[in-house]
Ligand binder design. Structure first.
Ligand code: HEM
Length: 663
């Protein structure tokens, strides 16, 4: 079916694509100088804010405000034993480059380039980079300089991730001792054991499956109206992020009703990722701009959100108006959970009282955890020295951290994965047709009966498409940030083993291994759902099971035991959503997306890494691009082509033409 596309050409557009291609981050010079005396230093802050970033960085390091802790117990630095940019470049220069790449969301491409340039094992090389650590000790912030290993050798990755579960303190800054950020293994394990029951496939997820299906049906209706018979382009990033947030809120948090409606979800998403860049969301842009007066460019919302949580949690300063909405959302979430605790139930509640049914299982487990003191063990002596008020602040902070990690990781990762999958299928119509055929056969088999949880195991090609998307576009390319619990060894240059002392910062990266030709073959950079996955990567052909699909070369959810707790929920909701969408639509890229796809292929630079990897919006003419991916959703049946918009259309879904409103 032919679709109307907006003609958008000319110099501005070509310039945007060229910027994207060359990772050019124009406009980095900023208006303000950085106060290098402040404890709030980070490489990114210095690189993005200072008028003369290099001298700001140099004076911070030379003044001793940032202590150099890079020399190990044996008197040497990691950069003397492992390859990396420090072998032929000044550390200031490299730190600034890292800061700029982090601000632009291109750091994953940067370290992959360094792996190939400096390592002797291509994208499987372990390299070392300079690193400024920001750590919170009690309510104080400490900043110091060290060197960090970016791990990519497949055997080292799986072994270290499995054995050294201790986290670096980077997430603790804004999430306290939440399950993802706790640096003390005991604090992590206690929480993890407690939270896990909400994600058990049979006793929890299967019970909330009908809620997921109902929302997936609703989302097909929404897409029908957004795409208006395939004539209007749809920003699928925005669409999917909204849907995964709704799935999370309705099914896992058990929210029904107005408290967390779509407009409020949009506000949270805008505060952490920036509002979508297209015209139809102008109203949201304006509102976000008003809320974030000094947010210079929209793409930087996430940094502001993280900073806001850091400040709010530390109690050092109440979040200013511009940031208040991020933490307000999380506080409201905690209030909602506390207030409604009696109506939630997780598997242990049902075991204790069989008259109960599973409802909002994540809220049920969080309600029990909210008042637990987590900080005592991790903040150590500093914690003990605090007065009760500050202890309360820190504990509240960890609660905010758990609200944050579930509200954020619980939708952002899955939303981006669905977007990349739709993008790849739109680029590869042959695969798209095979998926449509499988989905049609699936629905024929289901017939008139209700969909059941185990039906989701009948979609082998859909499973391959999901797993291949997770390989090619790993939405957490950073992998996981670990700190060695004991001395260990990793592969160095020339196949020699290199000693790493206890306490070394090691980032177990995902991006390089997922794209390595040695590990995946010559077509490693192509989307090929037919590729030979190993048994452990595809649940031994069980289509989908309650296990982390991972191997030495593949770790989209990182490696067990400190892997993603939400992976089974993500696998379930992706299937409920995709079976509804492909039953009703096929997808075509807009002309602008096709041009960008031709220009970039599957280059990693097409993705913006702001903690998670989503597509950069090629329609957006600013150096700091928001996430965005634009397609036409072509109706497959008369029902899907019937798109009259109801008057109660949520404002967060963008403006619809007057003519589309039901009278
Ligand atoms: C396709 C979807 C998803 C992907 C690819 C993914 C990936 C990951 C990865 C790589 C980690 C490790 C991060 C680190 O160590 O720093 C992680 C951890 C985590 N994820 Fe996910 N995630 C997904 C969906 C979800 C969902 C739906 C939820 C919740 C509803 C969730 C909640 C968490 C939590 C709480 C952790 C921390 C676990 C711990 O440290 O014990 N994720 N995820």
């Amino acid at each position: 079916m032919a679709v109307a596309v907006s003609a958008m050409r000319g110099r501005a557009y070509r310039r945007r694509l060229a910027q994207l291609a060359h990772h050019v981050v124009a406009g980095e010079e900023a208006e303000t100088d950085v106060d290098t005396g402040s404890e709030n230093l980070s490489a990114r802050a210095i690189a993005s804010k200072a008028r003369d970033p290099e001298s700001a960085m140099r004076s911070a390091l030379e003044s001793g405000k940032i202590a150099d802790m890079s020399v190990g117990p044996d008197g040497s630095r990691l950069s003397e034993k492992l390859p990396g940019p420090l072998q032929d470049r000044d550390k200031m220069e490299v730190l600034l480059e890292i800061g700029r790449a982090e601000a632009a969301g291109t750091n994953h491409s940067q370290w992959m380039e360094w792996q190939e340039q400096y390592g002797d094992a291509g994208l499987e090389s372990n390299i070392v980079v300079p690193h400024i650590v920001r750590e919170r000790v009690g309510t104080e912030f400490k900043t110091w300089y060290t060197e960090k290993v970016m791990l990519s050798d497949p055997d080292d990755c799986i072994r270290i991730a499995r054995a050294h579960t201790q986290k670096q303190p980077n997430f603790q800054l804004f999430m306290g001792d939440s399950v993802i950020s706790a640096t003390d293994n005991k604090v992590w394990k206690d929480q993890r054991n407690h939270l896990t029951e909400a994600f058990l496939p049979t006793s929890s997820l299967a019970k909330i499956f009908p809620v997921s299906v109902a929302r997936a049906q609703a989302c097909a209706e929404i897409l029908k109206r957004l795409s208006q018979g395939g004539t209007q382009k749809v920003n699928m990033t925005e669409f999917y992020l909204n849907e995964t947030q709704q799935q999370l809120h309705l099914a896992l948090f058990g929210q029904q009703g107005e408290d967390f409606d779509e407009d409020y979800n949009a506000m949270f998403r805008d505060s952490i990722g920036g509002p979508p860049g297209d015209d139809r969301y102008q109203l949201r842009h304006r509102q976000a701009q008003e809320r974030a007066q000094d947010m210079r460019e929209k793409g930087r919302g996430r940094e502001h959100a993280f900073e806001s949580l850091t400040r709010d949690g530390a109690g050092a300063q109440t979040a200013s108006d511009k940031d208040a909405h991020t933490s307000q959302f999380l506080k409201d979430l905690n209030t909602f959970i506390r207030k409604n605790a009696d109506s939630f139930a997780a598997p242990t509640d049902v075991a204790a009282d069989p008259s109960k049914n599973i409802a909002g299982p994540l809220s049920a487990v969080l309600a029990k955890q909210l008042d637990k003191v987590n900080s005592a063990q991790t903040m150590g002596d500093a914690y003990e020295a605090l007065d009760d008020r500050l202890k309360a602040v820190l504990n509240g902070y960890s609660n905010l951290g758990n609200a944050f990690i579930f509200a954020f990781a619980g939708h952002d990762t899955t939303g981006h994965t669905l977007t990349w999958l739709t993008y790849e299928l739109a680029k590869n119509p042959g695969y798209q047709q095979r998926l449509v055929d499988e989905v049609d056969a699936f629905w024929e088999d289901v017939g008139d009966r209700e969909l059941e949880f185990l039906d989701m195991k009948k979609l082998p090609f859909l499973t391959r498409c999901v797993m291949e998307t997770l390989r090619l576009w790993p939405v957490v390319p950073n992998g996981t940030f670990r700190q060695l619990s004991y001395d260990d060894k990793i592969l160095g240059p020339g196949g020699e083993m290199v000693d790493l002392p206890k306490g070394t910062y090691v980032q177990v990266t995902t991006a390089g291994r997922h794209r390595s030709k040695q590990l995946w073959g010559e077509d490693a950079n192509e989307f090929n759902p037919d590729r030979e996955f190993e048994d452990d990567e595809l649940w031994h052909d069980q289509v989908y099971a309650a296990r982390n699909p991972h191997s030495r070369r593949f770790s989209p959810f990182t490696h067990t035991p400190r892997d993603c707790i939400g992976k089974n929920f993500a696998q379930m909701e992706m299937r409920t959503i995709l079976t509804q969408l492909f039953k009703n639509f096929t997808f075509e890229l807009t002309e602008e997306e096709r041009t960008a796809a031709d220009l970039h292929g599957t280059d990693m630079a097409r993705g913006k890494n702001a903690g998670t990897l989503g597509p950069m919006d090629v329609d957006f003419d600013m150096p700091h691009k928001p996430y965005g991916m634009h397609v036409y959703a072509i109706p497959r049946n008369a029902e899907a082509a019937d798109w009259n918009t109801p008057v109660e259309w949520p404002a967060s879904r963008g403006i619809v033409p007057e003519s589309a409103m039901l009278k």
